[in-house]
Design a protein around this ligand. Structure first.
Ligand code: HEM
Length: 142
């Protein structure tokens, strides 16, 4: 498990300007100074929470998985006294590249002859119908 610097909330609170903007999300202490310009939601929402715990604000937006992963890039430590569940302050696991999930439905219960019947039965019915029509047409001309 990686070692992180532990900061108290009052230490985090000292970094609350645009030029030095830290905040806490899920117990992670983040230095977002360099991210302010890049944040798709604008810098203001971040500076409003600067120096504070912004977990709720972050979660309320419903940020994507990639936004959650981005947190790690800016993590400088963990907040003092925060109880992590299990190893949840360790890096969020990246999904394996080129891995595709697929749902395979295997239906082994249908016997092969059933598909043959499904194919030939309509043909047989059509052929019988035409044979009947031909026979009828022939008999009516007599
Ligand atoms: C104070 C906490 C935060 C607030 C209130 C906030 C708010 C927002 C808002 C309003 C949007 C725009 C959503 C939209 O256009 O639909 C947004 C998008 C985004 N934010 Fe934040 N944000 C916060 C923190 C962060 C942090 C710390 C990161 C990453 C380090 C981040 C990464 C992103 C990304 C990548 C998007 C694009 C949409 C997505 O991928 O979810 N935000 N945010």
């Amino acid at each position: 498990m990686a070692e992180y610097t532990v900061f108290s909330l009052s230490q985090v609170a000292q970094h609350k300007s645009k030029k030095d903007c830290w905040l806490v999300i899920d117990g992670r202490v983040l230095n977002l100074t360099k991210f302010l310009d890049e944040h798709p939601g604008g810098e203001e929402v971040l500076t409003e929470c600067a120096g504070k715990d912004a977990t709720q604000a972050f979660n309320d937006i419903g940020h994507s998985k990639s936004a959650q992963k981005l947190l790690l890039k800016y993590q400088v430590g963990v907040v003092q006294g925060y109880t992590f569940k299990g190893d949840s302050h360790a890096p969020i696991e990246e999904p394996k590249k080129n891995e595709m999930s697929a749902l395979v439905i295997k239906d082994d219960h249908i016997p092969k002859h059933a598909t043959l019947v499904e194919f030939f039965l309509p043909l047989l019915l059509a052929a019988s119908y035409f044979a009947y029509r031909c026979l009828n047409a022939g008999s009516s001309t007599l």
